[in-house]
Design a protein around this ligand. Sequence first.
Ligand SMILES: Cc1cc2nc3c(=O)[nH]c(=O)nc-3n(C[C@H](O)[C@H](O)[C@H](O)COP(=O)(O)O)c2cc1C
Length: 175
Amino acid sequence: MSKLTKIIKERRSVRKFSSLLPSKNLIDEVLEAGIYAASGRGKQAPILISITNKELRDTIAEENRKIGGWEGDFDPFYGAPIIILVIAPKDIPTAVYDGSLSIGNMMLKAQELGLGSCWIHRAKEEMESDLGKEILDKVGLKGDYIGIGHLALGIPDVPPEPIPERLPDRIFFID
Ligand SMILES: Cc1cc2nc3c(=O)[nH]c(=O)nc-3n(C[C@H](O)[C@H](O)[C@H](O)COP(=O)(O)O)c2cc1C
């Protein structure tokens, strides 16, 4: 099995993270993989916002919990100390596809580096809320952006999950 195939097959969503931050180099490598993803018409539309500020990270988690309708103190980011928020300008027709591919690249890079990751949804609603505007202000972005997804990233605090069987009849050939 090639190294890439192994990474693709063994990547699983991680849902329990250490509170320790991985080194900045590793975070940068993950972000780099995200911006090297293919993009519609090569426009490189996705913007990646890496959030390690604990206060903002917790505010985003709380907003995500409310959007998701969970009660109590559930953390939808599973304790991950890094949230990478992926957004793209609303006027890019392929914005969601482009951002999704960036997230996919980052998940695979995280796996290669021994980090854990999990796609966390509800970025669209978040970017439509006051919190979304606050985040844009913090990084000095102006304009309309669609929230595509978040990547919860960090050091896994659980052993790797087994690889589920793939469902049959998902590949067809027309020769
Ligand atoms: C578009 C998308 C949205 C997702 N949203 C969430 C989420 O909000 N919370 C979560 O725990 N996992 C989320 N996931 C992770 C999936 O649940 C996970 O990928 C799936 O169960 C398959 O498991 P695996 O990633 O370990 O292969 C999301 C995945 C995708 C692709």
